[in-house]
Design a protein around this ligand. Structure first.
Ligand code: ADP
Ligand code: ZN
Ligand code: ZN
Length: 647
């Protein structure tokens, strides 16, 4: 219905004020129809049209609708999730006073680098096919100069007056990437990530939407930033699991980006040294163009690998004698050493030496991690915490002992063993404060001898030119994962961590401590590298008919009583039986590997199909049915399409 006192044309994507019960709310027009299933008197008038032109254009609206149907998530919720708060509140879009990342007017820009032949070829191949939609997978070893290629392609697009979106996996990587890009371009750059205030987010979004910003850098959610002159999308570290949202609207920013590029008819580049098997499969089956960089840029050599087999060796806080002496060598040469341990805190377990009691979170049935820097016992599942206890509640003994290693303990050990060298710990605990990681990184990059110890945060995209030794303290954990993606993730993580070594002038070394030095997966990775490793994993997936050779949806349910989610999922399964064809099957319901979290019991049912279309058809048919089940009100349930995390 046209609004009162207003003679403008209604269009999809306009924001409107509408009556809702006794309140007035802001809505977005998602469809225009001249008919309604409701009687005319039951329809309500729009109170006011807010915008002169749609804030969400046609293609973006199509993207939202596609996302809603693909992820089986309500369109209203999708839109609520992806629009900045102030846009939802109806604030006027304007580029005045925009406090974007300021640009000095006449600053000196860093010149482009002279590309190597390999880089030149990649750039040319991309430019050749970059008039319309095309998806490129750039598989380039760590330090091969992918970033330089991105920069030069961005420059080409900007010259044509187009806008570019570049996604990076971690908020901690955005400042570095922005700095880098700022040094290269005089054009306006905006950053969109979870660290922004509502106001900052609104301004950045508006600048992109109105065409004031030329380069948009951001994490996952930035893929929903509207543009007026879209020219190119770049997904850096495309394998990174942070591109998948793990709560609520469980979208993959990488997969949506590809669909978005298709809608806008523009090229998209997925870049990684360790591509996901999904992307690799698409590239090897010619759906994407596969481009590769085999050499490190800037004359740096690939690092050399070796294993230290820990079987029967004495260890001091997780370090073998051999490793300590290698660390010493590198430090004496005034180089930096990176120690990787993917577990934060001091120790993953606090145990009574007299009776065996262990401190565990009552809401999760999992052991508390002991933290010493901020002294407390913390549950890494629900993040609840309690004071450190001095006496065992079971036998009153005071011999409570920290068992196992976390980064805090490793840091302590290294400070003891190498008192003259600064030790920098980098994990989620040390980088909570904004700007802290940047400070640490610039301190490290002053180049003095130093030790870096940290979790996977250290593995992602950083460039520390003085690091010549990377040591993996314990590679065993990743070798025996129950998750079918466990080996893929381990291979990516190890390769990425190793890739921090020897990126400068001096050749790098990688040392892996393990009790399983002959494990075939580890051997393939070390001897043949990720490229062969990933192809052989793909063959295994093919034989086992697992993704990317089949498609999955994970139906999760949880409640404070274990029987409820179980019986809900059982009903879901029973009701699906007749609809399942021979291309699809259901597995479960089973307790989730992390069965209890924050006081709730969690169960899951896996739907797998060799036909994506059929899986979606099935869910389209079944979801309304699930919603109607009486138990569906008593449990919290969700559907996760293309699930990555089965915990
Ligand atoms: P990647 O993103 O592939 O890991 P980077 O883009 O970070 O690699 O490049 C690694 C290093 O090589 C950086 O210091 C970069 O400045 C340098 N580099 C990249 N391309 C060239 C080039 N053509 N000539 C000289 N140095 C280069
Ligand atoms: Zn005890
Ligand atoms: Zn807990």
């Amino acid at each position: 219905m046209p609004p009162k006192n207003h003679t403008c044309q209604l269009l999809e994507g306009l924001r409107v004020k509408v009556p809702f019960g006794k309140r007035e709310l802001i809505g977005l027009i998602i469809n225009i129809s001249s008919e309604s299933e409701f009687a005319i008197d039951d329809l309500k008038r729009i109170i006011e049209v807010i915008d002169e032109a749609p804030v969400i254009d046609n293609s973006m609206m199509k993207l939202f609708k596609w996302a809603a149907s693909y992820y089986h998530y309500p369109l209203g919720q999708v839109i609520h999730n992806v629009l900045p708060t102030r846009v939802r509140q109806g604030k006027t879009l304007t580029t005045k006073n925009s406090a974007h990342i300021s640009q000095e007017p006449a600053k000196e820009l860093t010149p482009q680098l002279q590309l190597s032949d390999e880089q030149e070829q990649v750039k040319a191949s991309i430019l050749e096919k970059s008039d319309g939609f095309h998806c490129f997978l750039l598989e380039g070893v760590t330090g091969s100069g992918k970033t330089e290629i991105y920069m030069q392609l961005i420059a080409e697009k900007i010259k044509m007056g187009l806008q570019v979106i570049m996604l990076v996996p971690e908020i901690s990587l955005t400042p570095q990437t922005i700095q880098h890009i700022q040094g290269r371009f005089a054009e306006k750059i905006v950053a969109i990530h979870s660290g922004l205030t509502d106001k900052q987010r609104f301004i950045a979004w508006t600048d992109a939407r109105l065409g004031d910003a030329d380069i948009i850098i951001g994490t996952r959610s930035a893929i929903f930033t509207p543009l007026v002159r879209p020219g190119l999308i770049i997904i850096d570290e495309e394998h990174d699991s942070s591109y998948k949202q793990q709560e609520g609207f469980r979208y993959s920013a990488r997969d949506l980006a590809i669909y978005r590029a298709q809608l806008f008819d523009i090229p998209i580049i997925l870049g990684s040294a360790t591509p996901s098997l999904e992307s690799l499969h698409n590239a090897l089956s010619q759906r994407y163009s596969l481009l590769s960089l085999e050499q490190r840029a800037a004359k740096a050599n690939k690092p050399s690998y070796s294993c230290i087999d820990l079987k029967g060796k004495p260890l001091s806080e997780g370090f073998s004698e051999q490793l300590l002496s290698h660390i010493k060598d590198h430090l004496q040469k005034n180089k930096q050493v990176l120690i990787f341990l993917n577990r934060r805190g001091y120790a993953p377990l606090l145990q009574c030496h007299d009776c065996g009691w262990t401190a565990s979170c009552p809401r999760c049935d999992t052991s508390y991690t002991l933290h010493r820097n901020t002294p407390e016992l913390r549950c890494h599942r629900c993040e609840s915490q309690r004071k450190i206890i001095q006496n065992c509640p079971s036998c009153q003994s005071n011999s409570l002992m920290p068992i196992g290693l976390g980064t805090e303990r490793t840091e302590e050990k290294l400070e003891e063993s190498f008192p003259d060298v600064p030790v920098f710990r980098i994990d989620r605990d040390t980088t909570r404060n904004r700007g802290k990681l940047e400070d640490t990184i610039s301190e490290i990059n002053k180049g003095q001898a130093a030790i870096l110890v940290g979790t996977q945060m250290l593995a992602k995209g950083h460039h520390f030119p003085e690091v010549t030794l990377v040591a993996v303290l314990d590679a065993d954990a990743g070798l025996f994962s129950s998750d079918f993606r466990g080996q893929e993730f381990m291979g990516q993580l190890l390769t990425q961590v190793a890739g921090r070594s020897g990126r400068g002038k001096t050749a790098g070394e990688v040392i892996i401590q393990t009790h399983n030095s002959t494990h075939p997966t580890l051997r393939t990775l070390i001897n043949d590298g990720y490229k062969k490793f990933s192809r052989s994993l793909l063959e295994q997936r093919n034989m086992a008919n697992l993704p990317p050779y089949s498609y999955q949806a994970l139906i999760r349910a949880e409640a404070s009583k274990a029987s409820l989610p179980m019986s809900f999922l059982q009903d879901v399964k029973n009701s699906s039986k007749e609809t399942l064809t021979n291309t699809s099957f259901m597995l479960g319901p089973l307790p989730a590997p992390m069965e209890k979290r924050a006081g709730r019991f969690r169960f899951q049912l896996l739907l797998q199909s060799t036909s994506r279309a059929e899986m979606h058809a099935l869910l389209n048919h079944l979801v309304p049915f699930y919603e109607a089940l009486p138990q569906s009100r008593k449990v919290r349930w969700s559907i996760d399409i293309d699930p990555l995390d089965f915990s």
